[in-house]
Design a protein around this ligand. Structure first.
Ligand SMILES: [Zn+2]
Length: 413
């Protein structure tokens, strides 16, 4: 990090500086002085440094934040002393069990359906320039990715529990699926770093449209067009070439200053600037990873950002605070909840909320079965093709689905 380089030029009492001294010492000895000797001189003659201060901060920084740097160690610490200011940061891995495909993973087949659109390259679909010329492929993909009938996962409800218990400082998510909102995480606790399908805006006049409205348009295979002007309406997900939401730049400095636990879940830590959030946590904040792979370590060659940082240390000898739990995110949060005595509470919350969502979508199905039959009959009489009929049915079920989700969201607020 740049801090290390700085410490070479400018004396400071940080431990990085002390370590730097050690490596500098051998070469500088030959020149007859060391940074340490300069520091001692300044300390004695000029009183620039206070030995005791330097020492205490050094030992403080070099000490492990908790003695037992394991998952069990973190859980025991939590039970005994509690964490009070928790930040969470998540990626697609916490939503996959909800059936939401990670469109970045190869083999999900999502891009395959777009072949007929002759994209210059697959990610052009999320590029502003391309979208402005040809929004159709994006909306075809959006129809497949569209959140709607999905249920938040135990991970989402664990975050909700943190919020309900007053422990959640902020939840940073890369996901655009709105499952946090459906799980009842409040807007003020949320930083949707890559935007969200929750709100939509006209690219010309900036008029805002609801998720429900957008869903109707997308499922009708229409290009969503503003009702006030000829502009295309785009979901507020962040495209390449667009800025991240202001919250992403404003909140980290205060959120990470005194947080005592950072929980990282379901992310590859490969996408910047999101991944660099792990570096924002103060040096005494424990960083707990719950993920299928041990990511973000300096041995992780995929994480190019590590050129500028130490990353997560895990088994490294220098590790003072990083712990990894490897496995499925849902299993991980259940294991954590169990270990800190929240197991039953989490299971109950998941069961209760899922039952509520089931009930609503079931109610909608019961009504819509009849409606669908009626509609099919009417359309049949009008001489519509089978394809047109099924599309009309899609519109109907999509719009009632969006309504029930909207209700779910309103109720959980
Ligand atoms: Zn407009």
């Amino acid at each position: 990090m740049s801090g290390e380089r700085k410490s070479k030029d400018k004396p400071s009492s940080s431990s990085e500086h002390d370590r730097q001294d050690d490596s500098d010492r051998s070469s500088e000895n030959e020149m007859g002085f060391t940074l340490e000797s300069v520091r001692n001189y300044l300390e004695k003659k000029l009183g620039f440094y206070k030995e005791s201060e330097g020492k205490s901060s050094q030992s403080d920084d070099n000490e492990k934040v908790i003695e037992d740097l394991t998952f069990e160690g973190v859980a025991n610490h939590w039970k005994k002393n509690g964490f009070k200011k928790i930040v969470t940061m998540v990626g697609a891995g916490i939503s996959t069990s909800a059936g939401i495909p990670d469109f970045r993973s190869p083999g999900t087949g999502l891009y395959h359906n777009l072949e007929k659109y002759n994209l210059p390259h697959p990610t052009a679909i999320f590029e502003m320039d391309y979208f402005q010329d040809n929004p159709k492929p994006f909306f075809v993909l959006a129809k497949e990715l569209y959140p709607g009938t999905f249920k938040p996962t135990p991970c989402h409800y664990f975050i909700r529990l943190l919020q309900d218990k007053g422990l959640l400082v902020r939840h940073y998510t890369q996901n655009i699926d709105t499952l946090e909102r459906i799980a009842g995480v409040k807007d003020e606790k949320l930083v949707e770093a890559h935007g969200t399908f929750y709100t939509n805006h006209c690219l010309e006049c900036r008029a805002e449209y609801s998720m429900e409205w957008m869903k109707e348009q997308i499922f009708a295979d229409e290009i969503p067009t503003c009702t006030r002007c000829p502009g295309v309406v785009k979901p507020d997900i962040v495209f390449f070439g667009e800025n991240l939401p202001n919250k992403f730049y404003e909140y980290p400095s205060r959120d990470f200053k005194d947080c005592d636990l950072l929980i990282i879940m379901g992310t590859s830590l490969e996408v910047q600037p999101f991944a660099s959030l792990v570096e924002r946590a103060n040096s005494r904040c424990i960083r707990l990873l719950i993920n299928r792979e041990k990511v973000g370590s300096r041995h992780d060659v995929l994480s190019s950002w590590l050129l500028f940082s130490k990353g997560l240390l895990y088994d490294d000898g220098e590790n003072k605070r990083d712990v990894a739990w490897i496995g499925d995110c849902d299993d991980g949060v259940y294991a954590l909840a169990e270990a800190i005595g929240w197991g039953d509470e989490l299971k109950e919350l998941v069961a209760k909320e899922h039952a509520r969502i089931d009930k609503m979508s079931k109610g909608h199905e019961e009504v819509s079965d009849e409606e669908v039959d009626q509609l099919a009959e009417q359309l049949g009489k009008l001489g519509k093709t089978e394809e047109e009929v099924s599309r009309e049915i899609d519109i109907q079920s999509a719009s009632s689905g969006a309504k029930s989700l909207k209700n779910a969201d309103d109720k959980s607020k």
